[in-house]
Design a protein around this ligand. Sequence first.
Ligand SMILES: NC(=O)c1ccc[n+]([C@@H]2O[C@H](COP(=O)([O-])OP(=O)(O)OC[C@H]3O[C@@H](n4cnc5c(N)ncnc54)[C@H](O)[C@@H]3O)[C@@H](O)[C@H]2O)c1
Ligand SMILES: [Zn+2]
Length: 335
Amino acid sequence: MELAQNSYPIVVERGVLDRLSALTDTKRKVLVVTDDGVPEKWVRKVLAQFPKAAAVTVAQGEGAKSFPVFQSLCEKLLSLRFTRSDAVIALGGGVVGDLAGFAAASYMRGIGFINLPTTVLSQVDSSIGGKVAINLNGIKNCVGAFYQPELVAVDLDTLSTLPPRHISNGLVEAVKAGLLGDSGLFELFEAEGIESRMEEIIHRSLAVKRSVVEQDAREKNLRKLLNLGHTIGHGVESVYGLEGGGQLLHGEAVAVGMLPMLDGEALKSRVEQVFAKLSIDPHFPYDRERVAQAIASDKKAHGDKITVVRVREPGEAYLEELSLGELQERVRKLA
Ligand SMILES: NC(=O)c1ccc[n+]([C@@H]2O[C@H](COP(=O)([O-])OP(=O)(O)OC[C@H]3O[C@@H](n4cnc5c(N)ncnc54)[C@H](O)[C@@H]3O)[C@@H](O)[C@H]2O)c1
Ligand SMILES: [Zn+2]
């Protein structure tokens, strides 16, 4: 990732978790943050390489992106007398990455941060780009920062323990990347043998995101493209997501939000077929009115103008600005 400040390597390599000493200073103190759904064997691999490591395991799930858990991490860093020359390591999915990254960004105004993503979603998307956050009063990512990691190391071997539903969930973000900026990546999903192309899928998804972030790290304009499917998707997620006791994962909700953003029936049907292959239901029957309301409360934190991302054809996306009312009207009218 080449940025004006704080550039960093993104290493995608099988077995890289065993070779961290070649990539970073393993002599300093590190706090490895993980959750209780991440298999022990991945945690042990990482701890084995840092003689001065401590570990914190938080409860799995979106609930960990909260002030109490954030505070407990900061307290842990303080009790272990971490300084700016030490580092926080996130080992897990997007939840652990967002939470640990925000602790790293905040403690002592910022200490080292290494992201070791272990879910498809975090490997194709959330681990790069420097957005870190926790939730507040039901508003996702309400409190956070732009804080770039100093290293991202993606080990595909960790996906061997990930449940199939989470594989598909994460691949929605890769489909998104294809639709935004790499038609060949989208076409990989239309061909046979997605499982055998995982390495290429991860590479190409990260390449799309990296290119966008390099041009607009702080989301002034272009980076908004990465929100394809997320405007309605976040609304759906806040009503039907796991946090509210519902049933949809992040990527699954984003798929629902993506379909209305596609121009023309031909493209829609291609994307529907890809989602069917992934066992993702983009037609999840949600309550239009409740989701329209949820979008409104989500947007309070963002102002009245909403930029949605539309796709003309795979690899060709554009931004459209709407008022909140217009967007809500569209959601209410969706068949
Ligand atoms: N910062 C960003 O740019 C960005 C982008 C997209 C999403 N996100 C955030 O990411 C989060 C979702 O991330 P996620 O989908 O990775 O969910 P997650 O972090 O909750 O992980 C999903 C589940 O998989 C388990 N798990 C993790 N690695 C595993 C492994 N290798 N084997 C078996 N189980 C494993 C976890 O314990 C968890 O139960 C959301 O909070 C979302 O807001 C952030
Ligand atoms: Zn997302």
